[in-house]
Design a protein around this ligand. Structure first.
Ligand code: DAH
Length: 369
């Protein structure tokens, strides 16, 4: 038999060194013994069992039962086997071919089965876990506030974080010497531009563009040069409210609106208190407290023993503000308010440190999903 190399999938190539163990490609002399046949049979069965894919299995088939394979070569050699041994060798050879062909078929089916192509689907495995996102607690509060005021006919207005001094201070009747304009309190960007310190400038933006009636809330980010601690953050959120009409609107309307808001937001048992205060853009001005959600008004650490928690500033829009936006102060009436969103979120969810709202710790945030 001439020496040649076997190419995968090539059924017709000549085989080298296959006629029997130890043969270097020469013709066998004197035929093969039963023991040699058995050795070759064992090797062929091992090779078939060891083939791990269809291509490897096909190589085994070509090598042993293909047209130029070892078994046909052995059949040809039978004539050289001594006559006395021929029946025994013939039987062995026949059994080898039948056994190998059966094994090749069985392995072929095994390798084609889905199990051989990858792990079977195991319906007892736990399902794959997908993290579901949720709105940030600050966004949740803003949405809740907006929903309550939407039912009262307020729409949502928006304004930029970068404001000019006119909208943020001047038109809100804030005198140039006012401490809030100081560089120590406000992030000034250049001579006129700043990061807004409150959402109140959106009042100015809306009133300069729209005639009364105006009924808006404006949620948004604010910035102050505050040193960050458990209750202060240089970046925080407010929701501003503004109602201006040509029909009389009084402090009683402001009070009933904010009392309604308090009950909707905190529950029917919440108490509301107005304290006289000063804001440049409202006259009269008040600060608005809700009864402490922890002690119900008896006094505890959360409310610093007062029974009340400050939620908002509010008041009747100052006539000077109307003049700045081109409204006639004699023919319009209105109130405004501004509340801290983080303050409400901290009360609602029992959050002790405002910084937890900005650390982006999923372990914290996922509690509000
Ligand atoms: N802008 C005020 C602040 O940041 C809050 C405020 C008070 C808003 C009274 C108002 C208002 O609209 O009328 O403290």
């Amino acid at each position: 038999m001439a020496a040649a190399f076997l190419l995968p999938g090539d059924d017709d190539v000549l085989l080298s060194c296959l006629c029997r163990p130890g043969c270097a490609g020469q013709e066998m002399e004197g035929g093969m013994t039963v023991a040699e046949l058995e050795t070759m049979e064992r090797e062929s069965l091992d090779a078939a069992r060891g083939a791990m894919d269809a291509a490897a299995l096909d190589q085994v088939r070509v090598r042993y039962v293909g047209r130029n394979g070892l078994i046909p070569a052995c059949v040809k050699q039978m004539k050289d086997v001594p006559a006395a041994e021929r029946p025994e060798s013939g039987k062995r050879l026949h059994a080898w071919r039948a056994g190998l062909e059966a094994l090749l078929e069985a392995r072929k089916a095994e390798l084609a089965a889905p199990a051989a192509q990858g792990p079977a689907f195991d319906c007892t495995l736990p399902g794959r876990w997908h993290a579901t996102g949720a709105a940030h607690p600050v966004s949740q509060v803003i949405e809740a506030v907006a929903r309550i005021f939407a039912r009262l006919g307020f729409s949502v207005a928006d304004g930029p974080d970068i404001e000019n001094a006119f909208n943020n201070f001047t038109a809100l009747n804030t005198a140039p010497h006012h401490p809030s304009m100081d560089e120590a309190d406000t992030f000034w960007l250049d001579g006129d531009r700043l990061l807004r310190t409150q959402t109140s400038p959106v009042q100015i933006r809306v009133m300069t563009r729209h005639r009364p009636p105006v009924r808006i809330i404006t949620p948004g980010r604010c910035y102050r040069r505050d040193t960050t601690d458990a209750t202060h953050s240089a970046n925080f959120h407010q929701v501003e409210g503004l109602y201006v009409d040509t029909r009389p609107v009084s402090l009683a309307d402001l009070k009933s609106t904010l009392a309604h808001f308090a009950r909707e937001m905190m529950g029917p048992g919440v108490g509301v208190r107005f304290r006289p205060h000063f804001f440049p853009f409202t006259e009269p001005s008040v600060e608005v407290d809700f009864s402490c959600h922890v002690c119900g008004g008896k006094g505890c650490r959360v409310c610093k023993m007062s029974g009340w928690i400050e939620i908002a500033g509010a008041g009747m829009v100052d006539p000077r503000v109307y003049r700045f936006v081109g409204y006639d102060p004699e023919s319009v009436y209105g109130y405004a308010f501004g509340m801290g969103v983080e303050r409400i979120a901290m009360i609602q969810y029992g959050i002790k440190d405002i910084r937890s709202l900005y650390e982006n710790d999923v372990r914290f945030l996922s509690q509000f999903g």
